[in-house]
Write a protein that binds this ligand. Structure first.
Ligand code: HEM
Length: 490
């Protein structure tokens, strides 16, 4: 018997808001009992700057979670505590490898209840951290959005989160569209499948336009040196000063170190939904289509996990379950493959692949501009200054990459970042049905259409690969060795 097509409401999702909460995030916890958390979060920047945050947090009482009622309150509490926790860990000259009970005890309880890890995930900083400026206007419009919390108080950081919020909102109707397409494919209703795919392709174009606006208010240097270090996790962070991870103190004295990935947009359920709905399959980095087929024949393919799949563990539980259930019923790719004589259907399907591949293309240009280039510049600067005496040196993610580069190390400071992203983009085009679309996408990938005045030329990324520049991503620790790193971390 066929599994039922998932119903959005069963996973707390909505047809209009998608993975964003149907009820807007709370701007404040209503119970005055929690005002101490609100007060710390409201003054985060000043307390980090003055070096007083850790003392303030250490002296907080351990608050109970019994006063949290509705889901929106739990989400607000999670977001607040994640901001405070990451500011506590990364907001000093060197990182703190212990989170004190006033943060760790409630954070662990709240994270368990919401089925998210106790770290600043995409949900904590994007999905549950925005408000509309005008309640009668839509939240898919960047001009109507503001953040609730930030680490730095900068517009650059707000913009970085809000681009994702606008993307999630604008992309939300695609969920219902593609579930309808899956139902229609079961009924052999090609017209409906085609109509849904066309609408999907059009919305994907909107999403790329939103993504392209990143540069308007988020400066790459500020992102790299000021924002990214706060989002860092505790996994593979030896270079950044956390060799074993972080201890979440609960007062028992028996706690052990925990390691989590940092917050990353790779934790967006929306983009993973697109892949599933279109039948796009991602392989471990460096693995070609033929090698994957070979592995599948040998029955080993499923044993190797990959980074994109791993990011599902950083999504709210119901969102990850939704994706798992969608994967069980996704049938559009197979339907299109079985109806190759239907030109309208094939064209609509291929248009979706082309649009999603264009989205990933833009994303690669952004990563080049926001991570790869600043990392190269920082390396060049640190080389020229290596003999200068420095008064006070910080240890965090930004300085960690430099240290790794200076020593020319492989391992946790290394990266297969651009090859990983390029492979994910190329895999997006692989299911194309029409020979012409396949040829066209291949040509585009190899061609120079990505030369972009705003985001830097693709050739820069190619140079970076040849230079073997070491950088850390957001959630991932990338190494130069394809056999131990890249998309496949396990
Ligand atoms: C300044 C902006 C951005 C930077 C610097 C950036 C950086 C990165 C990095 C380093 C990765 C590799 C995984 C990791 O280490 O976390 C990644 C992956 C990813 N990012 Fe971004 N990102 C940005 C914006 C966005 C936005 C707005 C989205 C859309 C929601 C997005 C979606 C993704 C996805 C889906 C992946 C997984 C790879 C894939 O599916 O192609 N990113 N990003």
């Amino acid at each position: 018997m066929l599994s039922p097509i998932p119903v959005l409401e069963a996973y707390g999702l909505s047809a209009t808001h998608g993975f964003l909460p149907e009820t807007l995030p709370l701007t404040r916890l209503p119970d005055p009992y929690y005002h101490k958390w609100e007060a710390v979060a409201a003054n985060l920047q000043a307390q980090v700057l003055s070096g007083r945050l850790r003392g303030v947090v250490d002296r907080l009482p351990v608050l109970s979670t019994v006063g949290l009622e509705h889901d929106a309150e739990w989400r607000r509490a999670y977001s607040l505590l994640c901001f405070i926790a990451h500011a506590y860990i990364w907001g000093g000259d060197s990182p703190a490898d212990r989170l004190p009970p006033p943060i760790s005890v409630p954070l662990l309880e709240i994270a368990a209840r919401l089925e998210v890890p106790p770290v600043a995930t995409y949900a904590a900083v994007c999905l549950w951290n925005f408000k509309p400026l005008f309640f009668d206007e839509d939240v898919d419009n960047l001009e109507n959005l503001a953040t609730l919390n930030t680490f730095t108080g900068s517009i650059d950081e707000s913009w970085f989160y809000l681009i994702s919020v606008a993307l999630e909102a604008r992309g939300a109707p695609i969920l219902a569209l593609m579930l309808t397409a899956m139902g229609a494919a079961r009924q052999d209703d090609a017209d409906t499948v085609t109509r849904c795919l066309r609408a999907f392709a059009e919305r994907l174009t909107d999403l790329t336009l939103i993504l392209q606006r990143m540069h308007e208010s988020c400066d790459p240097v500020i992102f790299y040196h000021r924002i990214r270090p706060f989002l860092a996790g505790s996994k593979d962070m030896a270079e950044a000063g956390l060799p074993d991870g972080v201890i979440y103190e609960d007062g028992s004295g028996t706690e052990t170190h925990r390691q989590y990935s940092g917050g990353s947009n790779a934790q967006s359920s929306l983009i993973q939904f697109f892949d599933l709905a279109l039948g796009i399959r991602h392989r471990p980095t460096g693995e070609t289509r033929d090698a994957a087929a070979e592995q599948e024949r040998e029955g080993r393919a499923q044993k190797r996990n990959n980074f994109i799949r791993e990011m599902r563990e950083y999504m709210p539980g119901p969102h990850a379950r939704f994706l798992d259930d969608v994967a069980r019923v996704a049938n559009v790719r197979e339907y299109v493959e079985a109806h190759q004589a239907d030109r309208d259907l094939c064209l609509a399907y291929d248009a979706c692949l082309a649009m999603l591949s264009a989205f990933r293309d833009k994303h690669i240009a952004i990563v080049t501009r926001y991570i790869i280039n600043p990392s190269r510049e920082a390396r060049a600067r640190s080389r020229s200054r290596s003999r200068e005496p420095t008064a006070r040196k910080r240890v965090n993610l930004a300085t960690a990459s430099k240290k790794a580069q200076d020593r020319g190390q492989k391992g946790t400071g290394g990266t297969a970042l651009i090859p990983f992203l390029k492979q994910a983009r190329d895999e997006t085009g692989e299911p194309a049905v029409e020979e012409w679309t396949r040829r066209f996408m291949k040509r585009k990938m190899g061609g120079d259409h990505r030369a972009d005045l705003l985001f830097g030329k693709p050739e820069q990324a190619a140079v970076v690969e040849k230079e073997n520049v070491d950088v850390k991503g957001l959630a991932g620790s990338w190494t130069m060795d394809d056999d131990v790193g890249g998309i496949c971390l396990v």
